[in-house]
Design a protein around this ligand. Structure first.
Ligand SMILES: *Cc1c(COP(=O)(O)O)cnc(C)c1O
Length: 813
């Protein structure tokens, strides 16, 4: 991209403030953290529910950015150009429309309820031998993601593949002119994301707006869609049963293979595809339709389809050998996604040492010399200490990289593996599919057993924002990360929360806080239950103790005085009815006297905890606690010459007692995707998914039994799968013997017999599956709530009971 501000200003109907309207723009950014921001960046200050781009302007100017699109009142600066607009998101979209018009290449536009990203990635793979393709990175399909994707087009591209996703009405009409698709694909219309639409008709109509100017629409023929299609639209349809479709397809699945029997232009032929689930079959068919439309012959189609692979759509963060952290992006290596991965690497901030393992890059649309120069600039900007290149081409450009090491082949790399000394660093592994970098990942990955708890960091962000939206803008948030983040991983979550600028973290014991501080967490941390023996460590690590008794206060003061501390932050807890920890009213005056007589500590906040915030049957009691808290805290504040932060509400308090938000709330279980209120639950996203695999499958005959004590007896021939997870991992024995189930290939498999220490057995008689298949133990289905209810306990106990030997993997979508 090379544009001049002068040309951009009228496109955005912007008011210009600055001296250099002739400034050259070579890239666009919305992310203040990106190391790719520079003096040719046009930075759009977007305003989101949680972040406002305008607040980063000064920081960005210091980093050399000098062109901003803004909508708020800003302080003008010398040598900085501001384009003032009504709405910065609209301006970004206008910019993308303007930019897109400069290219007249064919563009495939994909929308639908499911499968958009997979169809896009597969088409990219299938068509890449013949085209220089620009595609949306990952699942960039939103009002922001689509413009950013389109802005990646350059002169060398001769085909675009972009996906567009919408969540409510009037969104698609904004995306259509940005994508300007010439070929449309409607993957399907399911019930996903229905909240934003009044009904199915409205949703279909909205989605179809993407296709108003296409030369052809590819879709699965279907009466409810046909009803809304304008007669002008040229279609190319397929169907399993409607003879009016252009292509008739029947499929037959055996084991892990599916055969498509296709009738097209009066000829019949077969295609074999390496998938057996319905969703993948549908996605492959859409790809095949595009290949037909592009007039590929059947042999070529068969050859390419046979190589399709399941798509890893996300960057996975994994624990590596020798205290390394791996960012696994081993399935793609294009320029766009490299940029994203490098930004992700930066945000991870795990280790200061960083290594990039990179394969040859394809389809950049740039000549190799320029491509690798640009990669090298990015690598330098992102402070990557070493680059390990693998591939013929990148080897030829070794001299572009400082500290570059290159290997012509993966085998060559593997034979030198031991000399490369991977340790105490973050390693980004990024390779084109045919380099099979998953082998490198598996070599670098710390080996544990096959059961993992996957934590969706996006879901945590979503849930945080859900509760934030319930708060007054000035209410602060403390997030409870006690008990290893309710079993979800303490440090990684704390890091994310720090990024999202929550105000406080809360832990139960000093050790938990120390671990966070030692890993570089800078947020203030309150310790709920500081033992007297840990006061020294608390002070040393700048943790902030909750003080709940005179005994605790006096012994803390004694230690703090010896260290000559002044104004050390402490938190005073009152007991207002929970009767667990806290000062009672009768000790209030003595507490006040002690606090007034010392400058050693300062009351940072005053808190209490509710006993029944989740149960509206006890609403009266909740109100009583609020009243008592107000009385006690007001009395204390009266006597202090400063105003501490007051806080009372936990997650269900936030939902049920919004009037008592005070200065801060303490969010716990809600962050991890669990609500005590079923109507609220549907707005939260599942954070943790406990997964395992099938170790072994066997068939037993009628009359045979399974497991200890022969508690399951087969009444017919039964297929049994063994899964390596047991009560030592946190799966209760009471979940066995027909009570609980796991999910395999989207179907319920009941647990038969008793849960063992490290294993359990399930009935898979009617489920197509093989050894090695994935098993969902806990997540969307069965959910933590469901399991808790069946086992007569609460979700808290289930979550925190998942044992520490289960490896945690964190990912973002
Ligand atoms: C655990 C805890 C919370 C958070 O409770 P949730 O119900 O998980 O939101 C808040 N305050 C205190 C004192 C706690 O111990």
């Amino acid at each position: 991209m090379s544009l001049v501000l002068n040309d951009i200003i009228p496109q955005l109907q912007a008011e210009f403030f600055g001296n250099h309207s002739d400034a050259i723009i070579s890239n666009v950014s919305i992310d203040s953290r990106s190391f790719q921001n520079n003096n040719q960046t046009l930075f759009f200050c977007l305003i989101g529910p949680n972040n406002n781009g305008h607040t980063f302007i000064n920081e960005l100017i210091e980093k050399g950015v000098s062109n901003f699109v803004v909508s708020e009142q800003i302080e003008l600066k010398e040598n900085v150009n501001f384009l003032k607009v009504e709405n910065t998101l609209v301006a970004l979209q206008q910019f993308a429309i303007f930019y897109r018009k400069k290219f007249s290449i064919p563009v495939i536009g994909i929308t639908g309820s499911n499968g958009k990203t997979i169809v896009k990635e597969w088409l990219n793979f299938l068509l890449s031998p013949d085209y220089n393709i620009i595609k949306s990175p990952k699942s960039f399909n939103s009002q922001v993601g689509v413009p950013l994707s389109v802005i990646g087009i350059n002169e060398q591209h001769n085909l675009g593949i972009f996906e567009a996703g919408i969540s409510t009405v009037n969104e698609m009409q904004k995306l259509e002119p940005i994508v300007q698709p010439t070929i449309g694909i409607l993957t399907n219309i399911g019930s996903a994301h229905d909240e934003g639409f009044e009904n199915l008709c409205q949703k279909i109509k909205e989605k179809l707006k993407l296709f108003q100017n296409v030369s052809v629409l590819i879709y699965n023929k279907n009466k409810s869609i046909d009803a809304f299609l304008s007669p002008e639209i040229n279609t190319f349809s397929w169907s399993e049963n409607d003879k009016n479709a252009d292509v008739l397809i029947h499929h037959k699945t055996t084991n892990n293979q599916t055969t498509l029997n296709i009738t097209y232009q009066n000829t019949c032929f077969k295609l074999n595809i390496p998938f057996s689930d319905d969703a993948s079959i549908e996605n492959v068919i859409h790809c095949v339709m595009v290949l037909f439309y592009f007039k590929y012959d059947v042999d070529t189609i068969q050859n390419r389809i046979a190589l399709l692979y399941p798509i890893e759509m996300r960057l996975k963060v994994k624990k590596g050998i020798n205290n390394t952290t791996l960012i696994d992006d081993s399935y793609s290596s294009d320029f766009q996604s490299l940029k994203i991965a490098l930004d992700f690497l930066e945000n991870q901030k795990m280790h200061s040492k960083k290594t990039l393992i990179l394969s040859d890059i394809f389809q950049s649309g740039l000549a190799n010399d320029e491509l690798y120069s640009r990669v090298s600039q990015m690598v330098i900007a992102n402070k990557i200490g070493r680059v390990i290149g693998i591939g013929e081409t990148i080897s030829n450009y070794k001299n572009k990289f400082l500290n570059g090491i290159t290997f012509k082949t993966q085998a060559d790399f593997l034979s030198h593996f031991d000399t490369l000394n991977f340790e105490n660093e973050t390693i980004l592994i990024k390779g084109a599919r045919n380099f099979h970098f998953e082998e490198i990942v598996s070599l670098l990955e710390e080996k544990t057993h096959e059961t993992v708890l996957e934590i969706n960091l996006n879901a945590i962000t979503h849930n945080l924002n859900f509760y934030k939206a319930k708060l007054k803008p000035e209410t602060k948030i403390m997030v409870m990360v006690k008990a290893f983040g309710y079993g979800n991983g303490g440090f990684e979550i704390a890091k994310l929360l720090e990024y999202h600028k929550v105000d406080y973290l809360g832990v139960a014991f000093a050790d938990e806080g120390i671990a966070l501080k030692n890993n570089g967490i800078q947020l203030p941390i309150m310790v709920l239950n500081p033992e007297t023996t840990s006061f020294d460590a608390i002070i040393q690590h700048q943790l902030e103790p909750e003080i709940y008794s005179l005994r605790g206060l006096n012994s803390f003061l004694k230690i703090a005085k010896q260290k000559f501390l002044k104004d050390f932050p402490i938190h005073i807890k009152f007991d207002t009815g929970m009767h667990r920890l806290g000062f009672e009213e009768e000790h209030l005056e003595e507490l006040i006297a002690v606090l007034k007589s010392t400058k050693t500590v300062k009351v940072k906040s005053i808190l209490s905890h509710m006993a029944t915030s989740d149960d509206l049957q006890h609403k009266e009691f909740g109100l009583l606690q609020i009243e008592r808290f107000e009385k006690l805290s007001n009395r204390l504040i009266e006597e202090l010459d400063y105003k501490p932060i007051c806080h009372l509400l936990n997650t269900s308090g936030i939902s049920n007692f919004p009037q008592a938000q005070m200065d801060m709330v303490r969010l716990g279980i809600g962050l991890y995707g669990i609500s005590n209120d079923t109507s609220e639950q549907k707005y939260l996203e599942t954070v943790g998914t406990l997964k395992s695999i099938i170790s072994q499958i066997r068939t037993i005959q009628k009359g045979e039994s399974v497991g200890y004590g022969r508690r399951f007896m087969a009444t017919q021939e039964t297929k049994i799968a063994t899964i390596p997870i047991g009560y030592a991992d946190g799966i209760r024995r009471s979940w066995g013997n027909g009570i609980g189930y796991v999910t395999i290939n989207n179907q319920k498999a009941t647990i038969v017999g008793s849960v063992c220490m490290d294993m359990l057995m399930v009935d898979v008689t009617s489920i197509p599956c093989v050894e090695g298949n994935q098993v969902i133990i806990l997540g969307e289905n069965p959910s933590v709530n469901f399991m808790a209810e069946k086992l007569n306990t609460i979700p808290y106990e289930i979550l925190t009971g998942i044992s520490q030997r289960v490896k945690r993997i964190f990912y973002r979508e």
